[in-house]
Write a protein of this length. Structure first.
Length: 412
């Protein structure tokens, strides 16, 4: 029987089916603007608060695991939630539902929407950046109330935020999490909740070890195969995009320099076309890693088009599945020990601090450029927190507000 990740008093009336998982994540894939940190806010609201598929503490632990391993954190959290509800089929359903809307939009952009040019430079696009501020703020507020309820954990969160703001690098992110865990191990044993809340489905250790072996095996085998068959562009694409998805911590914008280095110097894609795709990726909901679909579509070297898009998507997301399925059984086993749960208490506080740092940079620094932007973000926060409007409606209203601000500015 699947482990849902929610205690008995919170569990859903019935286990979620594969179709339930797909529909839930498809709706999020159509409405989750704002980047990976905003996605975590959408996920928490949908699966912790509304559907109660996963306990808040288990959700925070899953976020910590996905931040601690390379690849797109929000996509891996979604895969983990799908896995907890409906096994491997649920994991694929969650990924397909969440990824397919933005992937399809970017494939279509690759085929011709780029011809629209300046029509993408509209106020509603900036409104979509602004809406990330209230969404992430809501996530930080909700997680802080549950995970940093006392002075020691608030202090840990603040220190983690400072570390990430001073060293906004993958090493800084990992360092904040490791330091939070070490501090929790030493100082927070008295704060440990005795209740253990599992977050994984029934994945055997054999399957988990196989997934980890495959992850490392592909990192070694794909470059070797590419060297053995230099004329195979399909292998070259798969190798480049698998490596990008496997070696980048932090996800989102962090992957862009690596992708650019993989596709521009060989002449597969021009620098102008690369950044045109990046602009389009910012305008659609869902994970930024679906930029791979656009890059595979517009590659000048076959296979491109639909086939190239699918190869690049498979390459960049393959490690996400392997790095969720592989560690989770061992993660749950480690969490059963009181010292480890104390460490995770510290890690969870550090995750809150990291989210707070991300709320400032890049979310706030990229979105809030004027008093009007601040007012729009404040209105979105009030609508989310106090009027309890659904996130998708707040997204639509904020996008409309951004367009209205642009019109007003053009008239003055």
């Amino acid at each position: 029987m699947p482990i849902t990740g929610a205690p008995a008093h919170q569990a859903s009336a019935r286990p979620a089916s594969v179709l339930d998982v797909f529909v839930a994540f498809l709706r999020l894939g159509l409405t989750s603007f704002g980047g990976p940190i905003a996605h975590l806010g959408y996920f928490r609201e949908e699966f912790v608060n509304r559907r109660k598929w996963i306990d808040d503490k288990a959700y925070a632990d899953l976020v910590a695991l996905c931040q601690f391993t390379p690849g797109p954190a929000s996509s891996k959290v979604g895969i983990g939630i799908g896995l907890s509800q409906a096994g491997l089929a649920g994991a694929f359903a969650a990924w397909i539902g969440f990824t397919s809307p933005s992937a399809l939009a970017l494939i279509l952009f690759g085929f011709g929407i780029v011809a629209l040019g300046d029509r993408f430079d509209l106020g509603w696009l900036h409104g979509l950046l602004v809406v990330a501020v209230p969404v992430v703020a809501q996530a930080v507020w909700g997680m802080a109330r549950n995970l940093t309820p006392d002075a020691p954990r608030v202090t840990l969160a603040a220190l983690a935020a400072i570390v990430v703001l001073i060293w906004p690098t993958p090493l800084g992110f990992i360092g904040a999490i490791v330091a939070g865990g070490f501090a929790g191990w030493l100082l927070l044993k008295a704060n440990v909740d005795e209740e253990h809340v599992a977050i994984a489905a029934n994945v055997s250790r054999t399957a988990a070890i196989a997934a980890l072996a495959l992850f490392f095996g592909l990192l070694l085998a794909l470059p070797a195969l590419r060297a053995a068959f230099p004329s195979s562009q399909a292998l070259a694409l798969l190798d480049s995009f698998y490596r990008a998805g496997s070696l980048v911590f932090g996800g989102g914008n962090v992957v862009l320099p690596l992708l650019q280095a993989e596709v521009v110097p060989p002449g597969w894609i021009s620098n102008e076309a690369f950044f045109a795709g990046y602009g389009a990726a910012q305008a659609v909901p869902g994970p930024l890693f679906t930029l791979a679909a656009y890059l595979g579509t517009v590659s000048t070297v076959p296979p491109n088009g639909w086939i190239g898009a699918l190869i690049c998507l498979a390459g960049i997301f393959a490690s996400s599945f392997l790095l969720v399925i592989g560690p989770l059984p061992f993660w749950d086993a480690l969490r059963r020990f009181r010292p480890m749960r104390a460490a995770l208490t510290g890690v969870n506080a550090a995750v809150v601090g990291m989210l707070l740092a991300f709320l400032y940079d890049p979310v706030w620094t990229n979105a809030i450029r004027s008093a009007a932007d601040f007012g729009l973000a404040l209105a979105g926060f009030v609508l989310l927190m106090f009027w309890k409007l659904p996130p998708w409606l707040v997204v639509a209203l904020t996008a409309a507000g951004g367009a209205a601000i642009r019109v007003a500015q053009s008239l003055t």
